[in-house]
Design a protein around this ligand. Structure first.
Ligand code: PMP
Length: 336
């Protein structure tokens, strides 16, 4: 019989899938391979960091039997933590701003987590801000532990020990460029460090960033793509790793996200479209320079089901001017 003891044992070892049509502008080469993280059991790359942060806290005695995990998160990290907590018998309390959709909150509740909702329209220093509420809960709940993915070294370490080695083995050491979006910076810092070390510095690491975010020289101006870009420099971001940062507009990110579903059969989130847009731009440049043998690996952090009312909804896209009103992108139910 072939089975695992628990669904958590399925985290990692995600496949590489060749991109075929969105890369048409690149021509014969370089090869562009997508590392598809939505096949993780919690549906995103964040399962990797959840598992490692929890196990490190257990070893350090910071998280004990019966303890409670408290984290300000509304998305993928919460799902990963809730899944690992369920396996190990911990409680979870997630704090999220009220702008987070009810669907996302319900996913966390479905895993048995408690969700505390805070007002979005208050400054970070306000007692009701979601940063302050989560700090207060950590103080008030006995046995509480806060993973703090923005400062926890186990976040990049999980990628150094899993994502990086997987990519190296899956490409037989032929990977030449690694492209990924940057949020906490855990993925780029850990995976990038490993790939640089194992290749004696040969692998080039390229960050993809929403236009306006600090990583590409902005001040944190609002953008719509979720999970990437910051308005501050997190401790988990290692400034020595990226060789280049490519800034991508919301419009280009969403356009590619929709094309990935329609043309490649990959229903993925908006930050995936952003990363692929950067990979395609890089591939076109390498092709123009004659570097046809390059092998670009681009990481796709999550699936698209959490974004059906946004990126994949024509009315939402039109309301931000991303689709012309007479768009030919008809959806089910439209009268043609
Ligand atoms: N895309 C999505 C959808 C995410 O949730 C995250 C994590 N915030 C990222 C990309 C970026 O990953 P990292 O935090 O490792 O930089």
């Amino acid at each position: 019989m072939d089975y695992v003891e628990h669904v958590v044992d399925l985290v990692g070892n995600t496949p590489l899938v060749r991109l075929n049509t969105v890369t048409a502008g690149i021509g014969e080469g370089p090869l562009v391979l997508a590392k598809v993280e939505y096949v993780n059991p919690g549906g995103s790359v964040k399962d990797r960091i959840a598992l490692r942060m929890v196990e490190a806290a257990e070893r350090a005695g910071e998280l004990r039997p019966g303890g409670t995990i408290v984290e300000p998160t509304s998305g993928n990290t919460g799902v990963g933590l809730a899944m690992v907590a369920q396996r190990k018998g911990y409680k979870c309390v997630f704090v999220c701003p009220d702008k987070v959709s009810e669907d996302k909150r319900n996913v966390l509740k479905a895993y048995g987590a408690e969700v505390v909702v805070c007002p979005t329209a208050v400054p970070p220093e306000h007692p009701d801000s979601y940063y302050n509420v989560s700090d207060r809960l950590v103080r008030e709940i006995e046995g509480a532990w806060k993973p703090n993915q923005y400062a926890n070294p186990e976040n990049p370490a999980s990628h150094y020990h899993t994502t990086g080695p997987e990519i190296w083995q899956q490409t037989d050491g032929k990977v030449t460029h690694f492209v990924t979006g940057v949020g906490t910076g855990g993925t780029i810092s850990g995976t990038g460090r490993y790939l640089k070390e194992v290749s004696d510095g040969r692998v080039q690491v390229v960050g993809a960033d929403p236009e306006g975010s600090v990583y590409s020289g902005g001040s944190g101006r609002p953008y719509l793509v979720e999970g990437v870009g910051e308005d501050f420099w997190p401790e988990t971001y290692d400034r020595d790793i990226a060789d280049e940062i490519i800034a991508i507009s919301d419009s280009d990110s969403f356009d590619l996200t929709r094309r990935l579903a329609r043309e490649e059969g990959l229903l993925v989130g908006g930050s995936c479209g952003m990363a692929v847009a950067a990979a395609v731009r890089l591939g076109e440049r390498l092709a123009a320079e004659g570097q046809r043998d390059a092998v670009i690996v681009v990481l796709l952090p999550d699936g698209g089901r959490g974004y059906l009312t946004k990126v994949f909804n024509d009315a939402w896209m039109s309301s931000y001017g991303f689709l012309p009103p007479d768009s030919s992108h008809a959806t089910v139910g439209d009268v043609l």
